[in-house]
Write a protein of this length. Structure first.
Length: 297
């Protein structure tokens, strides 16, 4: 074998050896992956994400995918002659928009199921309506009624446990029911956070459209690769975090406070970002950890 071929083979072996302790550590542990943004609208990136999650399943993890579909929903809303409207990042959802959202999310859900099963792993697509998984109440935006937008009130994870026990990979669309069994659209970040807390996930990974967390978004040198929940809360209180990252980071800290071991913010546009963050020592995104873990290091 030529030297350069041997070097390539040895590099592959080193990658596998580096991943070994992480595979052992997280074997049979639940990891929730919130999947959306640009990684969902690009077919090649979509396949990479599904390959990553499928690999996690095959090496012993118990992954759960919670997906969005906002861009696709907006596209279909436009097709029927309506204009998508948002208040504080939340989609104003009337009866017709809710019907479109449920249709689109159902289509996205089953496409992801097909992609997973093509790779040899059994998957089941559900929404938060199935088995009473996500029970919601009406969510307001600064006191404004924005229609059928739900805040998760309670999670009944039995259907997820049943699927995991039967060796299925659950794929969840963020739709829920209120006490009167009316259908509500749920922010996918909120749904993923609530589910991760309910199942006691070892990890919660948000695939986003940015590299991770910056103390100053205009200063690339201010990138934060790891911080504790208290440090994250201090950044929020200090006004360093704004825009769409503010509610996302709030979800991250609340998940840690509720017992999720570690939360990752990753750039879903980077091929195989999930594997690089979980199975390598350096990682590539931002990890939020419990305060006690920060003190240990």
């Amino acid at each position: 074998m030529k030297d350069n071929n041997m070097e390539a083979v040895l590099q592959k072996a080193e990658v596998l050896i580096e991943a070994l302790p992480y595979i052992r550590q997280f074997n049979r542990k639940i990891i929730v992956v919130k999947y959306g943004g640009s990684a969902m609208s690009n077919e090649e990136l979509q396949k990479n994400v599904i390959k990553d999650v499928t690999l996690l399943k095959l090496v012993g993890f118990k992954p759960i995918i919670v997906h969005g579909g906002g861009k696709e929903i907006s596209r279909w809303v436009g097709k029927v002659g309506k204009e998508a409207r948002f208040v504080n990042g939340l989609r104003v959802t009337d009866d017709e928009t809710m019907e479109i959202a449920e249709m689109v999310l159902g289509k996205v859900n089953k496409n992801l199921v097909a992609m997973v099963q093509e790779l040899g792993v059994k998957a089941v697509g559900i929404s938060g309506k199935d088995g009473g998984l996500l029970q919601v109440e009406k969510k307001y935006a600064d006191g404004e009624d924005i229609g059928f937008v739900g805040a998760v009130k309670e999670v009944n994870p039995k259907v997820l446990y049943d699927l995991l026990e039967k060796d299925f990979l659950p794929i969840v669309a963020p739709i829920g029911l209120d006490d009167a069994f009316r259908t509500y659209n749920i922010n996918a970040d909120d749904a993923a956070c609530a589910i991760a807390q309910a199942v006691g996930a070892e990890k919660l990974a948000f695939l986003t459209d940015i590299e991770g967390l910056y103390k100053d978004i205009n200063d690339k040198a201010s990138f934060i690769s790891r911080l504790t929940a208290s440090e994250a809360e201090a950044l929020i209180a200090g006004g360093f975090i704004g825009g769409g990252m503010l509610p996302k980071l709030g979800n991250c800290t609340s998940a840690i406070r509720a017992g999720v071991n570690r939360v990752h913010i990753l750039d879903g546009r980077i091929p195989h970002c999930l594997l690089l963050e979980i199975f390598t020592k350096k990682g590539i995104g931002t990890a939020i950890i419990a305060d006690k873990d920060g003190q240990e290091n």
